[in-house]
Ligand binder design. Structure first.
Ligand code: GTB
Length: 212
């Protein structure tokens, strides 16, 4: 994972958070990368934050290219590793799927960092509506992927956000057989399976405030 010749570097907190989809994708694609772990103490000194384009982590480096914004990183890897569909129409649909997964993630982050204990039950009700939309999309998929006949970066995004919500409420997919099947298939991909069983995954909290 972090050999000297790794072309990629992820700089992030010791969290799953916004780096986990990237790590799942890179593992599944057999890529190597280096991790630079930033402690919260280091971050609060403010020097690194001031140097970040938008004042936030993660940072993703691909040689001389330095990226901020986790979804731009996913799209970059999508383009580089054949995870962005086979034509412009599929690419547009993959963007759409990733944006819908991001809508869920954004709401999740707001809940976790602002109103977790009081807002959780209301949040889960809304989540069910959002998940039902993905359930219908997968029910219509002939391949089990969100778009086309091949995995895309949006599949990794959806998978990660589903794993996160299974931690929050282990029954959240019980009425969504297609989403359940999707999680099972993604989890069984050999490199993803190995990653999900590794300390690199199991020992990291999802969020920085102990909520999950
Ligand atoms: N839009 C940016 C991106 O996608 O990269 C958002 C980046 C961001 O929110 N970074 C946060 C940060 O740097 C850490 S991720 N905070 C420090 C600061 O602002 O000073 C927080 C987080 C935790 C867990 C999830 N999750 O589970 O999905 C998502 C985000």
């Amino acid at each position: 994972m972090s050999l000297g010749l790794a072309p990629y570097t992820i700089t992030y907190f010791p969290l799953r958070g916004r780096a986990n989809t990237l790590r799942i994708l890179l593992n599944d694609q057999g890529q190597e990368w280096k991790e630079i772990v930033v402690t919260f103490d280091e971050w609060h000194k403010g020097v690194l934050k001031a140097s970040c384009a938008f004042g936030q982590l993660p940072i993703f480096q691909d040689g001389d290219l330095v990226l901020y914004q986790s979804n731009a990183m996913l799209r970059h890897l999508g383009r580089k590793h054949g995870l962005y569909g086979k034509n412009d129409s599929e690419a547009a649909l993959i963007d759409m799927m990733n944006d819908a997964a991001e809508d869920i993630r954004g709401r999740y982050v707001t809940l976790v960092y602002s109103n977790f204990d009081d807002g959780k039950e209301e949040y889960l009700k809304d989540l069910m509506i959002r998940l039902s939309k993905f359930e219908a999309i997968l029910a219509n998929s002939k391949t089990g992927f969100l778009v086309g006949d091949k995995i895309s970066f949006a599949d990794y995004s959806l998978f990660d956000i589903l794993l996160t919500h299974l931690v929050m409420r282990s029954s959240c997919l019980d009425s969504f057989p297609n989403l359940k099947g999707f999680v099972e298939r993604m989890s069984a991909r050999p490199k993803i399976k190995a990653y999900l069983e590794s300390d690199a995954y199991t020992k990291l909290p999802i969020n920085g405030n102990g909520k999950q």
